[in-house]
Design a protein around this ligand. Structure first.
Ligand SMILES: NC(=O)c1ccc[n+]([C@@H]2O[C@H](COP(=O)([O-])OP(=O)(O)OC[C@H]3O[C@@H](n4cnc5c(N)ncnc54)[C@H](O)[C@@H]3O)[C@@H](O)[C@H]2O)c1
Ligand SMILES: O=C(O)[C@H](O)COP(=O)(O)O
Length: 524
């Protein structure tokens, strides 16, 4: 008999296949109430209310799977679950439509003052002139993040006669055309939109994407919406620009801290809110519950599951053989994602030398995971990377036969984008471990780890000296430095490593050097 604990409110109807299954006993109660019997459970089903910490996992030694009935898994310590061999799954698209509909409802409510007018009527005040709104027909909606939810919003907005502009650096032109939206630059979106709605994950790049720098570039009287994750719109900046009258109003389903505490935005009439209920409809809850119920049953019965976030799919024996290339391929993907910031159509892996006798498919998936991690909301691993890539129209392929160039093994990953092609080559050398040996035709040799800086420049006397001079002026010690060029006086690159991470100020100073084409920190 399998024991399942459902510790958040999840649609019972959706869970019926699990609840009614002969081999399952299902308890529905919060973690605190199950404290005495935690060691019993084989499966844990949650929403965002349950925090799955390493400590909780320690008390659940029998646990095989954690199922998140929804998208975000930021309340689960994935690393701890993976380490403890617990599979984590989610239901990535079960609540897409409901969240898109909620966003549309928020937009309509905001521009027509519906919550404020409701309050006024209920207070006995019949004031029709105070609530003059804005018509949506003919206005421009800027959607930042054209994934599952952004796409559904664009379809619905068009029915209102709204023109839709989208900004998503990872959206290919072809997909944009297929969806019938105008893909524009971030700046054009800011300048052209009457309403801006964000639908990206919360990442280092999207935190404060609408903030003190960008909001002043929007139209005066712009309306801002956040039904994605708190923090994508900087709350401090939002408050400031509503007070100055630049932003007409905002609709927020999510907050930097939930529930919001002492949040000044809640004092403003121009701000309408809901308590993170984008996914809270009967239908969405039924969808996500049914999706995870099926997957949990499959998992408990040993049937392969589809939406795993961390499932290791290879046996320990195969894992041992591919291990030397495991981190290497992940890092190659991560470097590629930082080198290529434009839409991508294809990732092609070429293997040569000893590595071709191994289970290279897992390495390819691993590299894709490294590449995609910076671009999508939910965790990407070697299990779910291919399906995430295909959802985004990125194809991938593998071949063998690259000349090993004297290395006992060599892996090349080539990214074909709309505007550029970029490749990276890596190897694992017995005495030295992982090395990156070529970046887009530049022979180079560095360990992919630590604090790295990539500089592209023209091969001229004095450039390297100037880099050293600026770093010296900032009291920065260079640990290692590699230079690669294709021909004398042509394009060249440098890879430098440091003991400490570099400040932005140093990067800005380096960018001032003549003959430097690009300067990037490589984060691994
Ligand atoms: N309010 C709710 O109850 C609720 C419900 C479901 C999902 N969500 C949140 O909504 C957001 C979107 O969910 P989704 O399912 O559409 O995710 P998704 O992964 O399908 O789409 C995210 C999109 O953002 C794009 N993106 C990534 N970085 C970007 C950047 N720097 N600038 C512009 N675009 C960028 C990606 O290319 C992708 O197309 C997530 O934050 C998710 O957690 C909220
Ligand atoms: O990540 C999600 O799916 C949404 O934010 C909804 O979360 P909830 O299931 O706790 O409502």
């Amino acid at each position: 008999m399998y024991h399942v604990l459902v510790s958040d409110p999840i649609s019972e109807e959706g869970l019926l296949p699990l609840i009614n299954h002969d081999s399952v006993t299902c308890d529905q109660m919060p973690i605190e109430a199950a404290e005495q019997s935690l060691e019993l459970y084989d499966a844990l089903l949650i929403r965002s209310g349950t925090k799955v910490t390493d400590n909780l996992l320690k008390k659940m030694p029998n646990l095989k799977i954690i199922a998140r009935a929804g998208v975000g898994v930021d309340n689960i310590d994935i690393e701890a679950a993976t380490r403890r061999g617990v599979i984590v799954i989610n239901a990535p698209d079960g609540n897409t439509i409901s969240t898109a509909e909620h966003t549309i409802a928020m937009i309509a409510s905001l521009v027509r003052n519906i919550p404020q007018a409701t309050r006024s009527v209920k207070d006995g005040i019949w004031d029709r002139s105070r609530f003059t709104g804005m018509e949506l027909n003919g206005k421009t909606l800027g959607i930042i993040g054209m994934g599952r939810i952004g796409t559904e919003i664009s379809k619905r907005a068009k029915a209102f006669g709204i023109k839709v502009n989208v900004y998503d650096p990872y959206l290919t032109k072809e997909r944009g055309e297929k969806l019938g939206v105008a893909s524009v630059s971030f700046n054009d979106l800011l300048e052209s939109s009457d309403i801006i709605t964000v639908h990206t994950p919360l990442t280092k790049e999207t935190k404060g994407l609408l903030g003190f720098d960008s909001i002043p570039r929007t139209k005066k009287g712009v309306w801002l919406i956040n039904c994605a994750r708190g923090g994508i719109i900087d709350e401090e900046a939002l408050y400031h620009f509503i007070k100055t009258g630049h932003v007409a109003g905002a609709a927020l389903d999510v907050f930097e801290t939930e529930p919001p505490k002492k949040n000044k935005l809640l004092e403003l009439d121009e701000v309408i809110t809901t308590p993170h209920i984008g996914a809270s409809t009967k239908e969405a809850q039924l969808n996500v519950a049914a999706q995870v119920a099926d997957e949990v049953l499959d998992c408990l019965q040993g049937i392969p599951i589809k939406n795993s976030i961390n499932l290791p799919t290879i046996s320990a024996e195969i894992y041992d053989k591919v291990k030397p290339f495991f981190h290497l391929t992940k890092k190659m993907g991560t470097i590629l994602s930082q080198m290529v910031r434009t839409p991508v159509k294809e990732i092609e892996l070429t293997y040569s030398g000893e590595v071709i006798s191994l289970e290279t498919a897992v390495l390819t998936r691993n590299l894709m995971a490294g590449f995609l991690s910076a671009r999508v909301d939910s965790p990407v691993n070697e299990v779910n990377a291919p399906s995430i890539a295909s959802q985004r129209g990125i194809i991938h392929g593998e071949k063998t036969g690259l000349k090993a160039d004297g290395y006992s093994n060599l892996i090349q990953a080539t990214v074909h984008g709309e505007e550029e092609t970029f490749y990276i080559r890596g190897t694992n050398i017995q005495e030295y471990g992982e090395r990156i040996v070529n970046l887009n035709g530049f022979d180079i040799d560095f360990y992919p780890g630590g604090n790295l800086l990539y500089i592209q420049h023209t091969d001229r006397p004095g450039v390297i000296g100037n880099v050293g001079k600026i770093l010296g002026e900032h009291h920065i010690n260079i640990a290692t430095m590699q230079v690669g060029r294709k021909e004398i006086g042509g394009d060249a690159i440098m890879i430098l490593s440091f003991d400490e991470p570099l400040d932005e100020e140093v990067i800005l100073a380096l960018k001032e050097i003549q003959d430097l084409v690009s300067v990037k920190k490589l984060e691994l």
